[in-house]
Ligand binder design. Structure first.
Ligand code: HEC
Length: 150
């Protein structure tokens, strides 16, 4: 019994680590969902591929590798919770990718993937109350990077 408790404490710590993203208190951009996609750029500024890759890797920002395999061989750890993002640009267009990042629960109700541009999520750390995980431009940068994964 005692042994079991220790294990769940360790698992709890690992999960808290996974959702321990950085946080932003910027004004939120309004966006429109059209048929489970977000067609309009959040910022109107073209995404920066190199920065998008950095945001995706950064454990305090996208932390995408916690759950996804990506074609980034220089990073050792790749998660298996979500599908591989190799070739994702062949499967999803920009509007679909934006929905997946902003608020994936709209299209995959019980997904484990965090909503990167939504406030008021349940199970967030105190630091995240009223804040989004990524800034609007960071979302656009990650989309630009994902669009290169052909
Ligand atoms: C806590 C785990 C987790 C994290 C972190 C996460 N994802 Fe996901 N993601 C998932 C899961 C699980 C799915 C499968 C969709 C579902 O749950 O139905 C998914 C699906 C996706 C899809 C759809 C892929 C497809 O082929 O259907 C994309 C694109 C995606 N994630 C991108 C990202 C990006 C980019 C990041 C980082 C900014 C990220 N994810 C972070 C768990 C995660």
């Amino acid at each position: 019994m005692k042994h079991k408790k220790i294990i769940s404490a360790v698992v709890g710590a690992a999960v808290a680590g996974t959702i321990g993203f950085g946080a932003h208190a910027n004004e939120m951009v309004k966006y429109e969902v059209v048929d489970g996609t977000i067609p309009q750029s959040l910022t109107g500024v073209a995404g920066d591929v190199a920065n998008g890759k950095k945001v995706a890797i950064n454990r305090k920002k996208g932390n995408c590798l916690a759950c996804h395999t990506m074609p980034i061989p220089e990073e050792q750890f790749h998660g298996l919770t979500g599908p591989s993002l190799e070739g994702v640009a062949e499967r999803m267009n920009e509007a679909e990718l934006r929905m997946r990042l902003v608020d994936p629960k709209v299209v995959a109700y019980d997904t484990m993937m965090p909503s990167f541009y939504r406030t008021g999520q349940h199970r967030v750390l105190k630091d995240f109350e009223g804040k989004t995980i990524l800034e609007a431009q960071e979302i656009e940068d990650v989309i630009a990077y994902l669009r290169t994964l052909k």
